[in-house]
Ligand binder design. Structure first.
Ligand SMILES: [Zn+2]
Length: 613
């Protein structure tokens, strides 16, 4: 692959279309009759299933065959619910003004909640099976394939309170737990950040202001950052309340279940051991000097003594050429092919069959995602492509997600459910392949430096920023056990956590980060932080292995991905990589692999600095 990757931006008339084809899934957009029909069918299926499950549950002696059949059917309904959800998220993302799509969004939430209710009937039954009945049930042919998943559900149900009490917690959580998260969003939604631009004061939404934090001009960044912090400070009293109460509710439910460790739930959800988590962080800590060295060098390149927190992801240069969509597609297909012909063929199919919505136009939702249609066995990728190198990486990232789903398509639906920590494995892997190739192909030193800076910036985000969130959150939850935590204390805990995580390498921190980071206020999943770092570094370890083994690694990689929906991460790594991830070795190898990037960066930046003198 050579010079073809240069050239002018994202042109609309290329070989590959930049708008996705949703008609090939359901014809007619949000007004689709075909979709309306499918939605009605799914609703009917859900209520039929509810009746069947209740009938089966009412029997004195459960019939293993009847339950096995019900769970088989339930998986089919689950796929339908997911299909509905995927279609509606595509509709709402492609046009934020589509009111009908928004209405359908409300409908899909109802379906998902109904589906969850069905599973609570199942969980109750799993718990009530006597050992003999349980074995008879698990001996059913179609249950053997999802044995791990059923066992997991049963174990989890055992850890919880009796079903009536759990249901009461669920009911109370609508107003007593999730409501705090919603209140947070409401306050954030009406917040304004005042920013002075060319002498004129303007008010921006939090999201708009956040985008300006990565402005290439340092004075602008600093001004925006200070105004941004002030805006959160102004509402701190309310946020102190939302965070304390949300955490209080969570801790009260943990206490009722007898769960002392606040990490118990997130570890269970992510199918990992505390030991693994501890070892991962310890290994990262041991290697931090590598990344503080990089931060100091970046400070030098930007002409400051020490970086402030708002400088960490600032760009070094603008000298990175644009890549057209077709060129990005060609490059991704070619680079994937070096690791896995199957992955390359899959990516080509996604481009050819118009699975990707990449057009740069108004009215689209920001951000990117990949969503899958389990019945049609197709995926759709959403993003806004503007031709930057990070866009090419995002495109590869989302294709990685789609490929993950692709290799799992023939598995039972229950065995397809993977957690957040491994969800990012295939995506990060795909992204690394392409980011590495971009660095290799860079035509100038400055361009190469910028591309490496993008990569190292990600490492710093996972090893330092996310680490500070983890330190803050675990400490805050411990203190919260003894009562409300004041705003002053929250600021203190946050600053301490940042200083520790960045090893004092920054000149200015963000004390209000506990309020400005949405993740602390998410109630759907607890501890929305360490799974990111795990996913990144786990994937890096796999990538290091793939680079070593070459194309013979393809089959192993596919098998590993296929097991992500049923095995805990320790077993997964042992079975497919022969690695014990409760020990530092694996993690160290992954970091050593990144060390090469740091070394190259240090060498090139040295040259860059001396050329300026
Ligand atoms: Zn992702």
């Amino acid at each position: 692959m050579g010079t073809a990757v240069r050239g002018g931006g994202a042109s609309k008339e290329g070989r590959y279309r930049q708008t996705w084809n949703l008609d090939s899934i359901f014809k007619g957009g949000s007004g689709s009759k075909q979709f309306a029909q499918f939605l009605t069918n799914t609703e009917t299926d859900l209520s039929t299933m509810k009746m069947k499950l209740e009938k089966a549950a009412a029997k004195d002696a459960p019939d293993p065959e009847e339950w096995a059949y019900a769970i088989e059917r339930l998986q089919t309904v689950g796929m339908k619910v997911r299909e509905v959800n995927a279609f509606v998220s595509c509709l709402t993302a492609q046009d934020v003004h589509d009111k009908e799509a928004r209405r359908l969004g409300g409908k899909t939430k109802e379906l998902a909640s109904l589906y969850r209710q069905l599973f609570s009937i199942v969980d109750e039954q799993l718990l009530q099976f006597t050992d003999a009945q349980w074995h008879a049930f698990m001996e059913q042919e179609n249950m053997k394939k999802i044995a791990d998943n059923l066992q997991e559900r049963r174990d989890l149900a055992k850890e919880k309170l009796p079903s009536e009490q759990e249901q009461l917690i669920q009911k109370l959580s609508t107003d007593g737990y999730h409501a705090w998260g919603e209140l947070y969003n409401t306050i954030v939604g009406r917040m304004k950040v005042d920013i002075r631009e060319k002498g004129i004061k303007r008010s921006y939404s939090v999201g708009q202001a956040a985008n300006k934090l990565s402005d290439k001009n340092r004075a602008v960044r600093r001004h925006v950052f200070r105004q941004f912090e002030q805006a959160w400070e102004n509402e701190a009293e309310l946020f102190t309340g939302t965070l304390n109460h949300l955490a209080g509710f969570r801790l009260a439910s943990y206490e009722a279940r007898g769960w002392e460790n606040v990490l118990k739930e997130p570890l269970m959800i992510n199918r990992m051991k505390q030991e693994t988590l501890d070892t991962m962080w310890e290994t990262i800590e041991h290697n931090k000097s590598l990344f503080t060295e990089y931060l100091h060098r970046k400070a030098e390149l930007l002409g400051v003594d020490k970086l402030a927190i708002y400088d960490v992801s600032a760009p070094l240069t603008k000298e990175v050429p644009q890549v057209s969509f077709d060129e990005a597609a060609d490059m991704i297909i070619e680079q994937f092919g070096r690791f896995s012909p199957e992955m390359a063929a899959f990516a080509e199919k996604a481009f050819k069959e118009e699975w990707i919505e990449a057009e740069n136009r108004d009215g689209k939702r920001p951000g990117g995602f990949c969503t899958s249609f389990p019945i049609r066995e197709q995926s759709r990728i959403f993003m806004t492509y503007d031709g930057s190198a990070s866009n090419v990486a995002t495109l590869a990232h989302e294709l990685g997600h789609a490929y993950h789903q692709h290799v799992m398509n023939d598995l039972p639906y229950m065995a397809q459910g993977y957690a957040m920590n491994v969800a990012e494995t295939a995506s990060t892997f795909a992204e690394m392949i392409v980011a590495d190739a971009s660095v290799k192909q860079a035509s100038s030193r400055r361009e190469k430096l910028q591309l490496l800076d993008d990569k190292l910036n990600r490492s710093v985000a996972f090893f330092m920023n996310i680490h500070s969130r983890f330190l803050f959150e675990t400490r805050f939850y411990e203190e919260r056990k003894n009562g409300l935590v004041s705003q002053e204390r929250l600021n203190e805990l946050m600053t301490e956590a940042q200083k520790e995580a960045y090893q004092d390498s920054l000149s200015e921190y963000s004390p209000m980060f506990w309020a400005s980071k949405l993740h602390f206020h998410i109630t759907g999943v607890p501890f929305y932080n360490f799974p990111y770092t795990f996913g990144y570094l786990f994937s890096m370890g796999i990538y290091a292995r793939a680079a070593e083994e070459g194309s013979s690694f393809e089959a192993k990689y596919t098998e590993l991905l296929r097991d992500t929906g049923r095995l805990d991460v320790e077993t997964l790594a042992d079975k497919h990589l022969g690695e014990d991830i409760t020990k530092p070795d694996f993690w160290q190898k992954a970091i050593d692999f990144l060390k090469e990037d740091v070394d190259t960066f240090m060498k090139l930046s040295e040259e860059e600095l001396s050329s300026k003198k």
